[in-house]
Design a protein around this ligand. Structure first.
Ligand code: ADP
Length: 203
């Protein structure tokens, strides 16, 4: 047979490298990993970020509960094992986008150091930007965008991060955004200022 003796490594060797895709798109790809409590502002900021980057000519992909938990991960719940599997799949998907040259913006509570460490390991330290959307629980609970805190306080949702499950604040995130008393635009700008020099294309 013609392809006999070919192993999987040679297939990867023949694939176009990330650098070729980045050259085509004229951008450097990174994964922005937004972590923070429910209601902290991850998705709101990510949407604004994506809009601004698009206007500036960057190709992005936003991953959040809407397109991940409702789709590829719809067989997973919130047990410890499922949370780990959820993040593993998200990280693997992010890596595919990354290797395609696309700036990937992820919005997931990802509540523990261990979970974020796992994601960073899969994606690769050099391409992983940890963004802490640093909003106090009291503010998130007052916002209660989806009414989830009320339900969690009433005991209707178990293992709810911040109420009945822990949230470990990142120890050394690349960016920490305090959203309290800030507009969405101001919060987004802090991330843009950090990000642009890293994604701006230099061959
Ligand atoms: P998460 O994705 O973290 O669960 P959401 O983005 O769904 O949070 O909700 C955050 C809520 O907080 C939105 O209603 C948003 O309008 C509000 N908000 C107020 N100030 C800010 C800010 N500076 N940055 C982001 N969101 C903010």
């Amino acid at each position: 047979m013609k392809n006999e003796g070919r192993n999987i490594y040679s297939v990867f060797d023949e694939m176009l490298p990330k650098s070729a895709k980045e050259n085509l798109l004229q951008q450097h790809a990174k994964v922005l990993w937004m972590t923070g409590l429910s209601g902290s502002g991850k998705t709101t900021i990510a949407k604004q970020l994506e809009k601004i980057l698009h206007e500036k000519g960057y190709l992005t992909q936003l991953l959040d509960g809407d397109n991940i938990r409702a789709g590829i991960n719809n067989n997973l719940g919130f047990s410890d094992a499922d949370r780990i599997e959820n993040i593993r799949r998200i990280a693997e998907i992010s890596k595919l986008f990354l290797n395609c040259g696309i700036i990937t913006i992820n919005c997931f509570v990802s509540p523990t150091e261990e979970i974020r460490r796992q994601a960073k390991e899969i994606i690769g330290e050099e391409n992983f930007i940890e963004v802490f959307i640093n909003t106090p629980l009291s503010v998130c609970e007052t916002r209660d965008v989806k009414g989830l805190y009320k339900k969690a306080r009433a005991g209707e949702i178990k293992d709810f991060t911040g109420i009945s499950a822990p949230f470990e604040a990142p120890i050394s995130p690349e960016i920490s955004v305090k959203t309290e008393n800030k507009s969405v635009e101001e919060s987004t700008e802090e991330i843009i200022n950090y990000l642009i020099p890293l994604i701006n294309y230099k061959a």
